[in-house]
Design a protein around this ligand. Sequence first.
Ligand code: MN
Length: 197
Amino acid sequence: MAIQLPELPYAKDALAPVISANTLEFHYGKHHRAYVDNANKLIAGTPFEKESLEAIIQKTSGDAAKVGIFNNTAQIWNHSFYWQCLKPGGGGAPTGAIAAKIAAAWGSYDKFAEELKTAGITQFGSGWAWLVSDSGQLKIVKTANADTPIAHGLTPLLTLDVWEHAYYLDYQNRRPDYLTAVIDKLINWDFVNERLA
Ligand code: MN
């Protein structure tokens, strides 16, 4: 039961100009695919072959002897989730249940957006910025490298990839510009609302 690379939920040019087709060719077509290929090689012939992606991540988190399996499977999960968090014509203030929850937790969407952007900017090196539910309480957290909230008992609602490969072709070193554009124009709040339900 090999791990599969999921289909992108849109065409590779659908997120342009915020995220170019060129970036998606590499980010989805090369990086995400490489995590899938590497994970399948690492779990071949082990009991992990019969486990779900989530179970593998939870069982290898924090185990130095299995860091390769953790890094590759967690990156598969994080990227599959990230693609769903984006859509053409998305972004800006949300509607639905998430709008009320953000207003309750942060006071305003603008304050939330600023904190999310700051989390992405201040993640030193490679990693991810997240909106998570911690037993029903909304929080913004960041993780380094492949680390993922599902390894820590948190429910991810939204993520932004801040590895350089996510933005360097389009924004070079300007990570804040990438974050601003994605938050303003691409966040798929319908997906976030589905995650809340
Ligand atoms: Mn990435």
